[in-house]
Design a protein around this ligand. Sequence first.
Ligand SMILES: [Mn+2]
Length: 284
Amino acid sequence: MAVYAIGDLHGCFEELKALLRKIAFNPKNDKLWFVGDLLSRGPDSLGCLRFIRNLGDRAVATMGNHEVRAILGLSGNYDKDFSAYMTFFNDIPDRDELYKWLRSLPLVHQDPELGITMIHAGLPPNWTIADAVVRSNKLAKIFADHEQTKKFLAHPLPKPTNNEPDHDDEIPWLKFALATLTRIRYCTKDGVLISPKEVRTSGLLDKTGHPPKDSPYQAWHQHRSWQPNEKIVYGHWAMAGLTIGHHSLGIDSGAVYGGKLTAIQLDHPEHPITQVDSGTYLVM
Ligand SMILES: [Mn+2]
């Protein structure tokens, strides 16, 4: 019995099959966790979705920002990026099943036995993991229902705003949670986010591609005051690449950008890593 977490797939189905051969994955005994962004950008999104869905309870995946975009389009909301880039959903017999399955993916997955939590991007330093679970459960209730999903995601798609809206204002508050859990990278220690566009235009990053040490904006996992028993596995950050710390395991190693696809064994104290090379489908 082994439990592996696998990084952002983005349709890299051949690489996934090669990785599963390399770790000798046995669906009878082993379990797979996927950090999300299973689809889009790469060559075989449907192959990835159908394979993971068919694994049933042998696999668990958290919802990434690309799943959110797919759900937005499949819910019937018009989205030009969905129409342009997710044409693989056109005229397929299992579109409704995949739409329903994507909506069933949690934002946060916790395994108390392993003591590990999975989130696509991460969480602000001023949230406890329990705070993230509260928001994930509320979002799951919305996504369980098609009409509520459609209304909730009606354009514009939630973007990470700088500050968290007030809890009493539930829809903006949950939109912030959805955007944050699927997209956070840099933030202040108080959980004030900075958008990718602001990062590019702010002169925030030095020549090495990181914020200077004295910048208030750092990677979310660097600002966090970790509790001794906390461990989070996440993806979403191909540019940062494999980033393994004591408490945080960042496993998006850029498979779709000609990097590698990563599996990390979660139920082994040393968390051994297995990787396969991937084709170059996109340039980062
Ligand atoms: Mn992502």
